[in-house]
Design a protein around this ligand. Sequence first.
Ligand SMILES: NC(=O)c1ccc[n+]([C@@H]2O[C@H](COP(=O)([O-])OP(=O)(O)OC[C@H]3O[C@@H](n4cnc5c(N)ncnc54)[C@H](OP(=O)(O)O)[C@@H]3O)[C@@H](O)[C@H]2O)c1
Length: 317
Amino acid sequence: MRAVTFDRFGPPEVLGVGSVPEPHAGPGEVRIAVRTAGVAPVDLALRAGDSPSRDSLALPHIPGVDAAGVIDEVGAGVMDHAVGDEVFGAVDVARLGGASARFAVLAFWAAKPAGWSWQEAGAAATGVETATRALDLLGIADGQDTTLLIDGASGGVGSIAVQLAVARGARVLGTGRPGSHDFLASLGATPVDYGPGLAERVHALGIPRIDPALDVAGAGSLDELVALAGGSESVVTLADFTGPARGVRLSLGRYGGQPDGCHGLERAADLAVRGGFRVPVQAVFPACRAAEAHTAAAAGPRRGKTVLDLTGLTPHI
Ligand SMILES: NC(=O)c1ccc[n+]([C@@H]2O[C@H](COP(=O)([O-])OP(=O)(O)OC[C@H]3O[C@@H](n4cnc5c(N)ncnc54)[C@H](OP(=O)(O)O)[C@@H]3O)[C@@H](O)[C@H]2O)c1
């Protein structure tokens, strides 16, 4: 099959379209004819050779963990979906990629909400899984009166976390650069500039203390977040590996070896069907322009996800 691949580590230009063997659905998996696949920071790190997984990566490698498409093979034991269903989901993280191809094997998935574009669906799964896990860890319960601060709110994970937190009833402060404030407000967050001095800017909004805080950016704000939240136990980071040394929980989920069990995809899809959740897509590139997609995904300002359209690899679409 045709796929986006790289056969050496390096800059985005190492990406190309090549021929690789087709994958097949194993037990508990489905294979999809891929329409779209998300581009995530983990894909950029793997391609650059900056990931701890570098040595275990077989080359050529197919980047991408999130995808959407139409099921064309169902593995043993899969009862909830059948060939022909439109779904979105993510590959098995142990494979570290494989979504940006004509066919991809999904380890977890849900029905694609009819109101979502294929671009939204292909970009959704890891952001939803990560945001759901983080909000659960922070104890953001439905209908609870809480003020959550999300640092790094305009990116792929942050823009999803804002919406899922608002849907649970939280008041959300979302950090971003000034040019992203309108975007953050459109998601339901009260925008605040990111960077040093965050606590003063939050206080200037008339908010003496927030509880809790989520660090999505990993940009060195943990001490300020701990001070604002009144303690390290009220802060979770998804990206700052100094967190545990500061008493802050670092949640790595599926990338840290935890199972994909409670991924939140159905819940987010239900919310989407009710009109309460969109997946912000910043840019879409065809497979033949995968290098441009990786360059765009690395550059600010980020307002949601960068997506690859793989339909050009599939002759019958
Ligand atoms: N632990 C997990 O399970 C897990 C899962 C998925 C992702 N991650 C990690 O989480 C991080 C975010 O992922 P993503 O997909 O959301 O990335 P992304 O789309 O690149 O977004 C990064 C966000 O951080 C913002 N940012 C940049 N500098 C900042 C600063 N100094 N202070 C606050 N915010 C700043 C960016 O805003 P501008 O673009 O406007 O500068 C952007 O909104 C990555 O490190 C990723 O590897 C972890």
